[in-house]
Design a protein around this ligand. Structure first.
Ligand SMILES: [Zn+2]
Length: 128
């Protein structure tokens, strides 16, 4: 991964964390886009957070925060490790990283961790 890519992921992670911090409680107000003071960056980050929550993979807000912090840490101190699966050390697909830059695992290892069979019928979220 290039330095530029790492910087991009880092800035997206920071935006995501900022959005999470500004959103209090588990309930997210709809129609946030109607607020003129919300910048595009905020909106984008919130969008990503909503996707993450909607995917059901990160039901827990504090867990998501922890993953974001770990990912940022990795970029800062161990950039070679960023984008590699924590369990099998294979490269996490870019599409997955783009949607969830904080994810520490590839789809396969995440499935094993969650006890869902990777051989089962694929849903769209299996590729995220
Ligand atoms: Zn893996």
């Amino acid at each position: 991964m290039t330095e530029q890519e790492l910087e991009l992921y880092a800035s997206r992670l920071l935006a995501l964390r900022g959005a999470l911090l500004r959103t209090s409680g588990p309930k997210v107000q709809p129609n946030r886009s109607a607020q003129p003071e919300t910048s595009d960056d905020d909106f984008q980050a919130l969008n990503e957070m909503h996707q993450a929550i909607a995917s059901g993979r990160n039901k827990n807000r504090s867990e998501l925060m922890a993953q974001i912090s770990e990912a940022l840490d990795k970029i800062k101190h161990d950039p070679d490790e960023f984008g590699l699966c924590e369990d099998c050390e294979s490269q996490i697909p870019v599409g997955r990283l783009n949607l969830m830059p904080y994810t520490p695992r590839c789809v396969r290892c995440q499935s094993v961790l969650e006890g869902t069979s990777p051989l089962g019928r694929k849903r769209l979220t299996d590729y995220l």
